[in-house]
Design a protein. Structure first.
Length: 361
């Protein structure tokens, strides 16, 4: 079957369809990972987006039930140059085509993904419609124009009720904005007693469990939409050690009175260089975000920049000058190293340990 991608500026790419037969509207973005396509698709941070993969062959090692980062797929579409329908791997339980069919995701292959990537880099991430069932351009344009893609995706992907994962270590309250499974796994590996809260849980309810620390997760969309969350985090960071990743990092910036802004085409991939200023060391990191923290806005609010992006000098990490609060924009659980930046989870444990000991004095 044929497939088509139509961009809001009128650009059209025609190829072949795979996955679910249908039509979807979303924000067109690109990811530079060579592997990890299953983790990318199941990352809740991609909610509402149509993902263009730059690596030319996707699906060669299949999919399996162990590699999902969440229970669902929230991406609106998936674009590849060549899709492998006959995977070979001892862990493989199915194909990427079958996964997209099962999860109701529209796929497009046989297009020039390099040209699409260059288009996004030159023009910026943009609204688009992907289809493998409808080829009337005017109808596709109308479908795209009628769809609002600025909805609250965090509400869609966050847990709907609190969950408790028993552990013997520090008590951690996780504010779930679309948490990747490996974040929770890293906390479990450190024996944390974890309570996962819905994204809009107020400060009093979070603090009612008397946590030793609060973890702010990754998630999709514009952090400025989450005004209630920002107000809750303002109180939380003044009360208890706090660690934020990705969207959590941006929310901390807004909570201290700083600012965030939308990047032209974002950072999405497993090969982004980040410099840790305090360690005087560079790391390869996994990233997935379309917004960034404004450096000057947070430096004026008591934050110290701890990490910077080696490609464009954007803020990749920060800490408060007096409160036990820190955050990073990249994903230390994303395993591109594979464990190079896992020290950040250990840092969170050490900060909670220090805070508990100081309170006991």
């Amino acid at each position: 079957m044929k497939g088509i991608l139509y961009l809001e500026d009128g650009t059209t790419y025609v190829g072949n369809g795979f996955g679910k037969v249908g039509t979807s509207v979303g924000e067109l973005v690109f990811n530079t990972c060579m592997t990890g396509y299953q983790e990318i698709l199941t990352d809740p941070s991609y909610a509402g987006q149509i993902i263009n993969m730059t690596y030319p062959l996707i699906g060669n090692y299949g999919v399996n039930s162990n590699e999902n980062e969440s229970e669902g797929v929230y991406a609106k579409g998936f674009i590849v140059k060549t899709v492998c329908t006959d995977p070979s791997n001892y862990m493989s339980e199915g194909s990427i085509d079958g996964m997209l069919k099962d999860r109701n995701v529209v796929g497009l292959c046989g297009v020039d993904t390099r040209a699409i990537t260059k288009k996004i880099r030159n023009t910026g991430s943009m609204k688009c419609v992907i289809s493998n069932q409808e080829f009337n351009i005017e109808k596709l344009k109308n479908i795209m124009d009628e769809k609002d893609i600025s909805e609250n995706y965090v509400k869609m992907v966050s847990t709907k009720e609190s969950k408790h994962i028993k552990g013997s270590g520090f008590k951690v309250a996780v504010m779930d904005f679309g948490a990747k499974g490996n974040i929770i796994e890293n906390l479990k590996q450190r024996n944390c007693d974890i309570t996962i809260f819905p994204y809009d849980t107020n400060c009093n309810e979070v603090m009612s469990i008397k946590p030793d620390g609060v973890f702010l997760t990754n998630g999709p969309g514009d952090p400025k939409q989450l005004k209630g969350v920002i107000n809750s985090v303002k109180s939380i960071i003044n009360s208890v050690p706090t660690f934020g990743i990705c969207l959590g990092h941006q929310i901390i910036a807004l909570a201290v009175g700083g600012d965030t802004y939308k990047l032209k085409f974002g950072h999405r991939g497993g090969n982004h260089g980040v410099y840790d200023i305090e360690r005087d060391k560079a790391y390869i990191t996994s990233q997935n975000h379309g917004y960034a923290v404004d450096k000057k806005s947070v430096e004026n609010k008591g934050m110290i920049i701890t990490h910077k992006n080696l490609n464009d000098d954007t803020v990749e990490g920060m800490k408060h000058n007096s409160l036990p609060v820190f955050s990073v924009q990249f994903h230390p659980e994303g395993a591109p190293g594979p464990t190079d930046t896992a020290y950040l989870f250990d840092k969170f444990i050490a900060i909670m340990d220090k805070n508990v000991k100081e309170e006991a004095i």
